[in-house]
Design a protein. Structure first.
Length: 197
């Protein structure tokens, strides 16, 4: 029982981080959330807080509280979503409309889970010192859908492993997703040295 009490305390603390005039896109207010807290509608409270946080800028602390509350309530996808949003607070947001190629073109035969675990490579226009195409890795979250399959289109959010390499992108830029990359050569490492300074 103590674990659940902790989750509810976290949700109350998250509400306290919001200004009283905070409103979600659907019109839900902080006052509405406080009423649901009084009725102990905990999963609903979490959902409403996520909605408010999606409509106005909120702090990393807010998302961390929600992520931990969701974890304690065993709401795995909600926990990952709140962690994702916390990451975005720290590193920025990249959103796009993604259209997957058909199975006959890409080799992917089945849908993938859209909850941020897939880490495909992306051609975002970066080049190596030799002028070769350099692919960058970013986790992918599919908005408004549990999964995405060959030939389907959806809004996605990207969490680059090296966010600074993505700073040049702007609205209207076209990037491509890759789940495989042709091998140009194979090397075997025979020594690794630490920096000397």
């Amino acid at each position: 029982m103590q674990l659940m009490h902790d989750a509810f305390t976290l949700l109350r603390q998250a509400v306290d981080l919001l200004p009283e005039d905070a409103v979600a896109e659907n019109g839900v207010t902080v006052g509405d959330v406080r009423e649901d807290i009084g009725r102990q509608e905990w999963e609903m409270v979490l959902g409403l807080l996520v909605e408010i946080g999606g409509f106005r800028p909120v702090s990393l602390d807010f998302w961390e509280l929600l992520a931990e509350a969701a974890r304690q309530m065993m709401l795995d996808r909600s926990c990952r979503w709140c962690q994702w949003r916390g990451w975005e607070v720290q590193h920025g947001t990249v959103r796009a409309m993604l259209s997957l190629t058909g199975a006959e073109e890409s080799g992917r035969r089945s849908a993938f889970s859209g909850d941020g675990r897939l880490r495909p490579m992306w051609d975002i226009g970066n080049r190596t010192a030799d002028g070769e195409r350099e692919l960058s890795i970013a986790r992918l979250w599919v908005e408004f859908a549990e999964e995405l399959g060959p030939g389907e289109t959806a809004y996605v959010r990207l969490a680059p492993l090296s966010p600074e390499q993505w700073r040049h992108l702007k609205c209207g830029d076209v990037i491509t997703m890759h789940e495989a990359r042709p091998v140009a050569g194979v090397a075997t490492v025979i020594e690794v040295s630490l920096p000397r300074n």
